[in-house]
Structure formats: C-alpha cells, structure tokens
Design a protein around this ligand. Structure first.
Ligand code: SPV
Ligand code: MG
Length: 669
C-alpha cells in the first residue's frame, strides 16, 4: 500500500510560518514537523512508498524529507500549476504513480494520533475519518453519511453530516473509480475545485465508509491558532503511558509483536512479575527476576521496567496511573478473569483504558512452554530449586505424593483467591504413604530400589522439587549410596530421622518401642552423607524425634545444634501433639541461636496452625505428609462398598471423577 500526501499548497493563513517553507514543515512539537510526524507514523505502520505532491518550496521540502532518513521511498511530484489550481490537479499530476493498489490519502497539513492511523489502516473497506463528537465546522469538510456510507463530502453539507478530515484509506477499486473521475474533471478544465467534488459524482459506485475517530486527534492545521491547539493535544498524547505485565522468561515473536503494538499507544512501562508471583501461578521461572528485568529493559520501545509483586495489577496501576493497560484477549476467561475484572475496576477509578489484542495461539509458542517445563523437570534444574524457593519465599509448602497420579495432583492443583494463585511448592515422598500404597507397614520394609522407583514415577510426570523421606537412613555405610542416588535423580532434600533399629512410624509415639540414635552416631551419619554428596544444591535434613519419644526440649535443642554442626542443611522437628506449643517453643529457642538453618515441620496432628503463623515464627518448610493417602483410600473403600451393596456401578458413579477430568489431568505427550 502506498501513501499519497498532498503538499502543493502554500497555507497562506499561517502567516510568517510559511514565508520560507511549505506549511507541512511547521513544527508541531520540539522534535517534529507536521510532515516528519506523518512520515514517521507511516513508516512505523509498515508503509514503505510515499508519493508526495509539491508546489511551493518544492526543493526545500524534498531536501528536508531526505534529511529525515526514514525507511521510505518518496516520489516527489510537482504540480506545475500549484499557484492556480487546487489539489485535485496535484492528484492528477501524480496519477501515473498508482498501479492497481490500495492507498492511504492524506492532506499534508493533517495531524493525527497513531490510533487513528492504525484504525484507518485496519479498516477492511475504504474509509474516511469523521468525528461524531466534534461540532460541525462552518468552513471545513463535512461528510454526509447515508446507510453506513459516505454519499457527499464538502463544506456546504450540514444535513446528516459529520465533521470530516481528509485522511482516507481507499481500496484499489474505489480508488480507481475516484481517480478516473478526478482525471475527467481535470481534463474538462475543472482544476480549481476539491478532489471530493469528483468523488461526489461517483459516490454511488465508490464505497467509502465513515471511520469515527470520536475525540481522538485528527485535525488540519490552517492557522496559528490551530497550531497552538494541536501542539497542546500532541504534548498530552506524547505523555501518555501504557502498562503491560510479563511473567515470561522465554521472549518470543508473539511477545515482541504485542510490545510493538502497545508501544504505539504511549510510553510503554513493563511490569515484570516477581519470581514468587511467577512461581505461584505458573511454574518456577527459568530466568530470575533480575535477568527477566534486564531482558525487558533492553527491548526497543520499552520506556521503563518496574516490578509487579503480585498477580494483581492494582498496586502498580494506582501508583503509575497509566493511560492504557494492554493485554492479550486470552484473559477474558479462565483463572485470569478476576484479575482482568479488577484491572477494569481500577482503570475506571481514574479514567484509564484497557486495550486487548488477539492472543497469539501459535503452536510453536506452546512448544516453547512445553520445552521450558521439560527443562524444569531435568535433575540439574529440579534439584536446586527447593533451596531457591526457600530463599525466595522464606517459607514453602510440600504435599505428599506416592505415585505418578498423586504427583500430578501435587503438581497441578491451583487455587485462585483474591487475585492470588496458590500452588504447592514441592512434594514429600513419604515413607508412610509409599509403604501404605504397597499395602506394607512403615518399617523400612519397602527397600530403597522400590522407593527410587516411586521417585522415578513421580519425576517422569512432574517438575516440582522433591523432598525424600529417608527413614533412618540405614547404616551410614549405606546412607552414602542413598545420598548419591537421590542427588543424581534430581531429588532436592533427604530427611533422615535420628532412630536406630526397627523403625516404626513416629505417630505411634511411645506406644511402639523405638530407639533414638546417639547424638554422635547420628552426627557421623550426617557427616558421611554430606561428604558423599557431589553438588551444592542437595540438602540433608536431620529429623529430631526427641519430642515424639518424650525426651524433652533440651534434648531436642542439643541435638539440633549438634546436627547442624555436623553439616545438616536443615532441621525437622517432629511432634504428635495436637497442641502446637512445643513446636513453637522449639522453633523460638532454636532461632535464638540460629537464624538461618531452615526448619521443617510436619503438622499432621497440630493441624490448626496456618502457614502464615508458621512463617511468622521462623519455620521454612511445611510438609502435609499424608493427606492425599488418607483422603484417597476412604473414597476408594466407599466406592467398593457401594458396588457390593448395589450389585452395580451406577450408585458409585457420583463418587467418581469424570473420565474427562482424568484425561485432562493426564495429558498425552
Ligand atoms: C512419613 O510421612 O512417612 C513421615 C512423617 O515420616 S510421619 O508419618 O509423621 O512420621
Ligand atoms: Mg516416614
């Protein structure tokens, strides 16, 4: 598509401003003239060829346009009769430059904002800019609109008319009809009228729709007063800001395309979602916040980058008050919908606007996301992530998983509440649940090979970090092999408990005979494990059974400090009381002497304490150790009973997950 710009006239009403140059070279801002702005916007919109008719000061204008160094090929066509004819004749002079193609036609004294040009260019039909909110001008163009199309254009029409500005997009067929009429006019000696007079003769065959710019800037500059008004509007337009939020760590062409569109609306401020917010709603970011911020800062067209700490835009919008928020239209449904609703509410507080562009659903972008997830599942990526999450969030949670399917539940369960998304941070590979799933008691009977098999099943279908319940760790000589195997597999942490002999589940407490290891013995096991490990990321957590075995707080604390001294990366304090006070007491006494070693709790019996309360008192890892197993098996028992009672499956159906949901939970690769 070519652009035709009409610049043959003098613009004598501009006074001294046009005494040495054509009107289009009048400055409209500190940086731009009318023509330089028109040409820049056309070039940015992807137009590469311009035909410009000239007359007065044609050399000055051509030299000036060349000096702008824009990626445009400009053909200058001088109207030799510029002093005595109107622009209908300038168009006639340029007629040979148009070969069966759509064009953009504009007067050289027209200043419009970008959205107007975008709208005109995006119109499928031929169109002319009009405004339904601007008062009908006495002496300027008006367009008569009938049945959704323009039937007349001229100064003299007031009935059924709208204020109109000479900016057109003309599809080739309409343009040909109009141009033929222009040629006929000029060849019959009608050279001093408007080109629109020729259009009025053929408007029944030449379909031009009105394009309503409403209050957007689209105005001709005829007088110094017009210039003042337009310059003020432009300053206001150029100070507009646009806000977009990005969580992505893989920038692709779809992101660049939407950034380019957003940037056309104003100075683009990008909100980069914090690591914590990304991890909570999507997946752990492959690139840290700092890296993502640097990438965004260096994308051309990005004016400023800020952090967005939550999925909710509200805080940033209230602080920055952008004129526009830009987003893909994908968030109109699904879990992002409440976030969108909130954005609309906050924008309404100060008159901002939401602009949505069609979401790029390209398969190659989905593939990129799939690859990122696969990368997160790889041992080297997965292993270190627990440490990073603890550093990032202060306190993380983990839920039990004992199979591929429970792993998927731990991986995919998401809850959105009050603009925040919640997911589990990690998975706990419980010895109790792994044994129970195999119908065996939790006494270290399920051997390591089988336990590793469970880890493998879970790892194959998930990406989240894994905390492995290592029971007692066995003999120190055996434990070193366990450490290496787990580390190699990509497990993040092993927790071993300070017991020896036949291990029974801790929740039996003193009902079952259990022997606690000596401090020296257990320290030696921790030290051997630490020595065996090959990477910095892997963590060995020492689990203290003193409170379970009623050995008292002092013993628990003495062990905690001895174990950290021996190299433990974290301490798990266990209790089977419903009252959490002994746990709080331990945590507070431990924190008096050690502010950094992560503390792990398993609140199975003291289940009234909230995560926030644990975090406040200094806990770093909260493990929901058996809830999936304990909730799953009764449901299965009920289903089995129902079938036996009813001798058929119908009654049990309502207890069952629909097959469709199973299929979505387990996607085919
Ligand atoms: C497990 O889940 O296997 C544990 C935690 O070790 S507990 O059952 O509370 O001992
Ligand atoms: Mg266990």
């Amino acid at each position: 598509m070519k652009a035709l710009i009409l610049n043959s006239g003098l613009g004598h009403r501009m006074g001294v401003l046009t005494s040495e140059q054509p009107k289009c070279m009048t400055e409209v801002s500190a940086r731009e003239t009318i023509v330089s702005r028109q040409l820049r916007l056309l070039a940015e919109a992807g137009i590469s060829e311009v035909v410009m008719t000239t007359g007065y000061y044609d050399d000055v204008l051509a030299n000036y346009c060349d000096s702008l160094d824009l990626p445009l090929q400009i053909a200058f066509v001088k109207n030799p009769l510029y002093a005595d004819t109107n622009y209908i004749y300038s168009i006639y002079c340029a007629r040979e430059y148009f070969k069966d193609e759509d064009i953009i036609l504009m007067h050289g004294d027209l200043v419009f904002e970008l959205g107007v040009l975008d709208g005109v260019l995006g119109s499928r039909t031929s169109c002319m800019t009009v405004s339904s909110v601007v008062e009908l001008p006495e002496k300027d163009f008006k367009a008569v609109v009938q049945d959704g199309r323009i039937s007349r254009i001229g100064i003299e029409y007031f009935e059924q008319a709208l204020a109109a500005q000479p900016l057109y997009k003309l599809n080739k067929d309409d343009w040909k009809i109009w141009l033929d009429a222009i040629c006929e006019f000029c060849e019959s000696g009608w050279r001093d009228c408007y080109a629109e007079n020729a259009f009025n003769e053929v408007s029944d065959r030449c379909y031009i729709a009105p394009f309503d710019v409403k209050e957007a800037l689209c105005a001709e500059i005829d007088t110094p007063e017009d210039l003042t008004q337009v310059s003020v509007r432009l300053r206001e337009i150029e100070s507009r800001t646009v806000y977009m939020c990005f969580s992505t760590d893989v920038i692709h062409s779809g992101h660049i395309a939407i950034i380019k569109k957003a940037e056309r609306l104003g100075k683009l401020i990008i909100g980069v979602l914090s690591d914590e917010a990304v991890a909570s709603y999507k997946r752990f970011p492959l690139l840290s916040f700092e890296e993502r911020r640097t990438v965004m800062k260096n994308i051309s067209g990005v004016y400023r980058v800020v952090e967005q700490k939550t999925l909710s835009y509200a805080d940033n919008l209230r602080e920055l008050r952008p004129d526009f928020v830009v987003h893909g239209d994908d968030w109109r449904t699904g879990f992002q919908q409440p976030i969108r609703d909130e954005v609309i509410r906050v924008l309404a507080e100060y008159g901002g606007r939401l602009v949505e562009f069609p979401y790029a659903k390209d398969e190659k972008y989905r593939e990129l996301e799939r690859q990122s997830r696969q990368q997160l599942a790889m041992p080297d990526y997965r292993r270190g992530r627990l440490k990073k999450l603890i550093e990032m969030k202060g306190c993380v949670n983990a839920i039990e998983a004992h199979s591929g399917i429970t792993g998927l539940i731990a991986e995919k369960t998401t809850v959105l509440r009050e603009g925040k998304t919640y997911q589990f941070d990690a998975m706990w590979l419980s010895s109790l649940c792994d044994s129970t799933a195999k119908g065996k008691p939790d006494i270290e009977l399920v051997d390591m090979t089988s336990r590793f098999r469970t880890v493998d099943d879970i790892m194959e279908v998930t990406t989240k970090p894994i905390i492995f319940d290592g029971d007692t760790g066995g003999l120190a000589e055996h434990f070193v092999y366990t450490v290496r195997s787990l580390e190699r597999m990509g497990v993040s942490m092993v927790i071993i408990e300070d017991k020896v002999g036949l291990k029974r589940n801790s929740l039996f407490g003193t009902e079952a005979e259990q022997t606690q290891d000596t401090i020296e013995g257990f320290c030696a096991k921790i030290a051997a494990g630490k020595k065996a490990q090959k990477t910095k990321d892997f963590m060995i957590c020492a689990r203290i059974e003193s409170l379970i075995l009623e050995q008292g707080m002092e013993d628990a604390l003495a062990r905690a400090f001895a174990y950290t001294e021996a190299g433990a990366d974290a301490i798990m304090i266990h209790s089977r009381k419903a009252d959490p006070s002994e746990i709080f007491k331990f945590v507070s006494l431990f924190r008096e002497q050690d502010s950094h070693t992560p503390l792990v709790v398993v609140p199975t019996s003291y289940n009234t304490v909230t995560e926030e309360e644990f975090k406040m008192c200094g806990v770093n890892v909260i493990i929901y150790a058996n809830q999936l197993t304990r909730s799953g098996f009764p449901a299965m028992q009920k289903a089995a009973q129902s079938i036996l009672e009813n001798h058929r499956g119908k009654e049990c159906e309502e207890l069952c997950m629909p097959i469709k949901d199973i299929i979505t939970l387990i996607p085919e690769e």
